[in-house]
Design a protein around this ligand. Structure first.
Ligand SMILES: [Zn+2]
Ligand SMILES: [Zn+2]
Length: 253
C-alpha cells in the first residue's frame, strides 16, 4: 500500500449542542471525513462549521456514523444531501438508520439515563438514511483519503463503531463519555444508555489495549486513555457487583 509517512490526521471537534455536550468530528487527512451527524435539524449548522474550518463541505470523502442514536445520525440524510458524501454505518444498526427510529426502550446506565429517558427529544424520528458503505468488520479508510480505520465496538448499540487513526487518535462515539454529558470535562463516565454494558466494556478495553493517544467522545471533552483505563477497571467491578445482584439489564435480541 502506498501510504506516505505524512499521515498525520487532525481531529477537529464540531460542537452540535453546547460547547461539547454533543459533538461530531471533522478528521483532516489527505481528504476530510466527518464522524457523526448530530441531532435532527443540525445538518446546516454542521455544514457551516465544516466550512468555517476552511474545508469545502463538497470535498467530504465520507460521513461515518458511530451508531444508531438520534444525536449521532439525526442529520445524516441532510448532510448527505448538502455535501454529496457517502454515508458509512455498521450493518447491525441499519434498521435504525433506514427507519429513522432508535431501538426502544433506552436502557439507562444510571440516574442520568433514567431522567433523560423521559425527554421527548429522545423519542422523535430522524429523516431515514441508507448508508452506501455498510460496515461489517474493520474497514480501512485509506481509499477515502484518511490514514485510519473503522473498528466495530459493539455494546452501546449492536452496530456501534469507533474510528482509530494510524497516529493513535480514537474517535469513540458513545463507547465512553464525560460525567454529566460533558459538564465535568475530562472525567470518564458511562453515557446515559447502553444496550449491553458488559459488551460495551469489553469493546472499550479492546480499544484501550491498542494504546490510543487520545479518546474523542460524542459527549464531553477529550479523555486521557490512562484515566479511561482506571475508570474501566472500576466499571468492571461495578458491573460484576450488579451482575451478582441480578441488576444488569442488557438487550439480548
Ligand atoms: Zn448513543
Ligand atoms: Zn450520544
Amino acid at each position: 500500500m502506498s501510504r506516505t509517512t505524512a499521515s498525520r490526521t487532525k481531529v477537529v471537534p464540531i460542537p452540535v449542542l453546547g460547547r461539547h455536550h454533543i459533538n461530531a468530528y471533522l478528521l483532516l487527512g489527505r481528504r476530510p471525513v466527518l464522524v457523526d451527524a448530530g441531532t435532527p435539524g443540525s445538518g446546516r449548522k454542521i455544514h457551516d462549521a465544516i466550512a468555517a474550518h476552511g474545508v469545502d463541505p463538497a470535498d467530504l470523502a465520507l460521513i461515518v456514523l458511530t451508531h444508531g442514536h438520534l444525536d449521532h445520525f439525526g442529520s445524516a440524510a441532510e448532510l448527505h444531501r448538502l455535501t454529496g458524501a457517502p454515508v458509512a454505518g455498521h450493518a447491525a444498526d441499519l434498521g435504525q438508520y433506514r427507519s429513522g427510529r432508535v431501538r426502544e426502550p433506552y436502557l439507562p446506565t444510571g440516574p442520568m439515563g433514567r431522567l433523560l429517558a423521559r425527554n421527548r427529544k429522545l423519542h422523535v424520528t430522524a429523516e431515514p438514511c441508507d448508508p452506501e458503505v455498510v460496515v461489517r468488520g474493520e474497514l480501512d479508510l485509506d481509499g477515502f483519503g484518511l490514514a485510519a480505520r473503522i473498528v466495530p465496538t459493539p455494546g452501546h448499540t449492536a452496530g456501534s463503531v469507533s474510528l482509530l487513526t494510524d497516529d493513535g487518535a480514537l474517535v469513540a462515539g458513545d463507547l465512553i463519555a464525560n460525567s454529566f454529558m460533558g459538564l465535568l470535562p475530562g472525567r470518564p463516565a458511562d453515557p446515559p444508555f447502553h444496550d449491553d454494558p458488559r459488551r460495551n466494556l469489553t469493546s472499550l478495553r479492546a480499544m484501550l489495549d491498542l494504546s490510543p493517544t487520545t479518546l474523542h467522545v460524542g459527549h464531553g471533552t477529550a479523555l486521557d486513555p490512562a484515566r479511561a483505563r482506571k475508570w474501566a477497571d472500576r466499571e468492571h467491578r461495578r458491573l460484576t457487583r450488579r451482575e451478582a445482584g441480578g441488576r444488569l439489564p442488557a438487550r439480548t435480541e
